[in-house]
Design a binder for this molecule. Structure first.
Ligand code: FMN
Length: 162
């Protein structure tokens, strides 16, 4: 039977959605892949797949509310999973306060992907790739050059370990 993959994302300005498309396209080479916005998916859909990819824009150091809500109270035992986010490149951020806050918090508390990855693991998923961040050049984007291609490579790396 064909592998079943599900890519769930949230996106305010479309950048995370574009990364999710690239991941979907790469996974489609080997898996029957569905792409769904977090607000349009039911928790039970999450456990009916072999591989689950979850992505969110980083907002105030966190994933968005629809992503957090979805991952509460589901059981993902036996599901291979990985998380991604979109985020600023802190070296390019003007706000000294934000740069300092990120440094103090550490990556695992400052970005959406590590938080999503921890939430996936907590509900029983097997994490098959470290959380990954893709860079936007401003709040509304665009994505930094090369990030769409990098997203495809990241997804191919996941296929390779399944
Ligand atoms: C309210 C808000 C808070 C944000 N907070 C952060 C943040 O803490 N760290 C960060 O790297 N980017 C932050 N950003 C930038 C977002 O990560 C960026 O808007 C997002 O990657 C764009 O993705 P989207 O087009 O899918 O919404 C924030 C953006 C908004 C709108």
């Amino acid at each position: 039977m064909a592998l079943k993959a599900l890519v769930i994302y949230d996106s305010q300005f479309g950048n995370t959605e574009r990364i999710a498309w690239a991941i979907r396209d790469a996974l489609s080479a080997k898996a029957e892949t569905r792409l769904v916005r977090a607000s349009n998916v039911a928790p039970r859909d999450l456990s009916a797949v072999d591989v689950l990819i979850v992505g969110s824009p980083t907002q105030r150091f966190h994933a968005t509310e629809p992503i957090d809500r979805l991952l509460k109270g589901v059981s993902l035992r036996g599901v291979n999973a990985a998380a991604f986010d979109t985020r600023f490149d802190m070296d390019e951020v003007d706000s000294r306060a934000l740069r300092l806050a990120v440094k103090v918090a550490g990556d695992s508390a400052a970005y959406a992907a590590p938080r999503i990855s921890a939430a996936l693991e907590k509900v029983g998923a097997t994490i098959v790739a470290p959380p990954e961040g893709f860079i936007v050049n401003g709040t509304e984007g665009p994505l930094k050059d090369g990030e769409i291609q990098r997203a495809g490579e990241w997804a191919k790396g996941i296929l390779a370990v399944l």
